[in-house]
Design a protein around this ligand. Sequence first.
Ligand code: FES
Ligand SMILES: [Zn+2]
Length: 122
Amino acid sequence: MAKFERHVFICTNVREPGSARPSCTHDGKGELHGLFKDKMKDAGLKNTVRANKAGCLDQCEHGPTVVVYPEAVWYGSVKPEDVEEIVTEHLVHGRPVQRLMLVDDCLNTPSCPHRPPVKGKA
Ligand code: FES
Ligand SMILES: [Zn+2]
């Protein structure tokens, strides 16, 4: 079997209500993960791209969060209806979906305006 060319990590983390940070799913069922798998299979990517359920990716305020490696393209606020566009545009044609990408000011930086000012993770 050929090596996977890409991995798509889809956060399925669930936190208790009232936690300090939000979580990407409320039920942990991984609806987005299932959709990615289905759409990738339909697009003929089954053997070249792998959809992985992930724990917290530390971009909780931008969730649901998805990251595509090896190019490290981060997507935020991904909805079920966005999955087909990511698969077709990014994974098939190599064109990341700009409108869903997290901006640099939000990635692993205290300057992200969406993060709580208090350090520490719930
Ligand atoms: S809970 Fe999804 S990135 Fe943290
Ligand atoms: Zn942000």
